[in-house]
Design a protein around this ligand. Sequence first.
Ligand SMILES: *Cc1c(COP(=O)(O)O)cnc(C)c1O
Length: 224
Amino acid sequence: MTHNLVHRLTEIQQSIPPHVRLIAVSKKVSIEAMRVVYHEGLRDFAENKLQDAIVKQEKLRDLSDICWHFIGHLQTNKAKKAIECFPWIHSVDSLKLAQKLDFYAQQALENSIIFQLPQVCLQVKVLPDENKYGWSVEHLYQDLSSLKFLNNLNVRGLMTILPLGLSSTQILSAFQTLRDLRDRLQNSFNSNFDQLSMGMSGDYLLAIEAGATMIRLGTKLFVP
Ligand SMILES: *Cc1c(COP(=O)(O)O)cnc(C)c1O
């Protein structure tokens, strides 16, 4: 198991440019497998359920330089916990959630529970998708003036999950739409609004072609 996992990781790393951050989506993965990729140098792990993640963080406490990313839908009543446990939250999908996160970030910073502004991405549906959370492009523009004033979050860029069943051409075009949107919004957010969290096991090469800075891989890395 270990050998194959290391082999897959090496293959993936060789297929992506060095500036693209590989995030291991460990949501369905054993602690042992996480340790294997950690020992191969991987430091970015993503989870989509807060409670499961907290259990794993406890078990991996000795690996203190892991960078934890949250990528699932967050209910607002879990915003406080999410801020305390995740330096990165990719899945900020509504103004209400963003405001809660901002509020708890301020508290956590004041109480020295965290020491850096949480890094967040705004989740956008570039194509209509009933089954997913996130802003439509139009609604994101409507909320922009409010989002700008969230001083306790470091809004780093955009994240998307595409609907199933698209052709390669449609996938590439959707990712390019997200990149263009990031470019257009760059003036609205202060400093470093430069991230594009896009691309999963089935479409990460297209995402990279369109300018992804972070890819989120689960299956491709962990499933034989
Ligand atoms: C599960 C998940 C992934 C990883 O998906 P794979 O297809 O297994 O690589 C990426 N992003 C999000 C938001 C996920 O929930």
